[in-house]
Write a protein that binds this ligand. Structure first.
Ligand code: ASP
Length: 357
């Protein structure tokens, strides 16, 4: 990775000679830091200069550094190579900062947060993703509140230790575990949800931390950075009437190694012979198939109904209560780091960083 390409700006809001904490802000793009151009189209803007002008920052006793991606991205253009860059920046700067804030577009924020939760093994400091539905310069923007609170959470400590030593999404007053979050709203400010895991904090007049839900700080943990991701995955979403051609065209994609199968309810699928035969054949040929539910809440229980028992019998792996975002990135991560298909299938349903129970 070429570090020199990154624009680095130091901003001191410190009110004392030894600031309370230091936070590294990784600016990747997204609406938060955009501005409207002459044609009225949202385009990325010089974020560090904007940040310097936020009056509320002066009330923090923080040392802030902003690293901007050389090419700012609307998060719809996020690619695994960007996750490698984000994770590497955290890894490279891990000892120098108390916490990290990743400014990111909302569209794929939950994918990025999930990916980083797997790539940063043993993380013991906050990595807080945030963004906004309206640019920071707009009237009624949610950007300042999201950004300022993310900074506060990234620098929050108790007895000298970080309060939230994990990858999170902070948005619209909720702090969510990153790999449990999903974008559910494109218009309202309250854009993210975590149906299967409680919020880690709620921000109102005070920030109310839900301590039992937060991953505990581990004194001995050491950060291990993983940069191997295999993008040869696909999502196969079932619907009533799905036909053989659709199923086969996905399962026969050259080099495909993993499929997230989005099923109904608690993991159920039609019992059509063509579907089970195609899935079974693909599994025998080394494809890993992970079953997650199209329902945002609840979980897959293979074998609860006859319509999921057959999936269990042919070797489909249960994704339990994982989000699509966690399932896709976990498959890429395990396919990238593990060579044995058997081990990948064994590890998939187990929690790596709190993405499932
Ligand atoms: N399209 C934008 C992005 O994801 C939306 C946003 O930032 O909220 O980058």
């Amino acid at each position: 990775m070429e570090k020199t390409k990154y624009k680095i700006v130091n901003i001191s809001t410190a009110t004392s000679a030894s600031p309370k904490a230091s936070v590294l802000i990784i600016y990747t793009g997204g609406t938060l830091g955009m501005t409207y151009d002459e044609a009225g189209v949202l385009t990325p803007f010089n974020f560090s200069r904007t940040v310097e002008k936020i009056p509320a920052l002066r009330q923090f006793d923080l040392h802030l550094t902003v690293i901007s991606f050389p090419q700012l991205v609307d998060s719809s253009n996020i690619h695994p190579k960007h996750w490698v860059s984000m994770a590497y920046i955290v890894y490279e700067n891990y000892q120098r900062y108390d916490g990290f804030v990743v400014v990111h577009g909302t569209d794929t924020m939950a994918y990025s947060a999930s990916a980083l939760s797997f790539m940063l093994e043993g993380l013991n400091k906050p990595v807080i993703f945030t963004g906004a539905q309206l640019p920071i310069g707009s009237k009624r923007s949610d950007a300042q509140e999201n950004f300022i609170t993310a900074l506060e959470i990234a620098s929050a400590r108790i007895d000298g230790n970080p309060i939230v030593p994990e990858v999170c999404v902070y948005f619209g007053s909720h702090l969510l575990r990153g790999n449990r979050s999903s974008k559910r709203q494109s218009i309202h400010f309250d854009a993210f949800t975590s149906e299967n895991y409680p919020s880690l904090a709620e921000a109102g007049v005070l920030i109310d931390y839900n301590f039992p839900a937060i991953r505990p700080y581990n004194l001995d943990s050491e950060l291990i950075y993983h940069d191997q991701l295999d993008p040869n995955v696909a999502i196969l979403k079932l619907f009533p009437g799905i036909n053989r051609k659709v199923v086969e065209s996905i399962l026969q994609i050259p080099d495909l190694k993993g499929v997230v199968l989005e099923t109904f309810g608690s993991g159920n699928a039609p019992t059509d012979a063509f579907l089970l035969d195609s899935l079974s054949d693909a599994i025998e040929h080394g494809l890993t198939i992970l079953n997650i539910s199209q329902c945002a809440g609840g979980r897959v229980i293979q074998g609860r109904y006859q319509t999921s028992k057959s999936l269990e019998n042919i070797g489909v792996v249960s994704g339990k209560d994982m989000t699509t975002e966690a399932a896709v990135t976990k498959l890429m991560f395990l396919l990238g780091t593990e060579s044995s298909v058997e081990r990948i299938r064994q590890q998939l349903p187990l929690s790596i960083s709190g993405e499932t129970y």
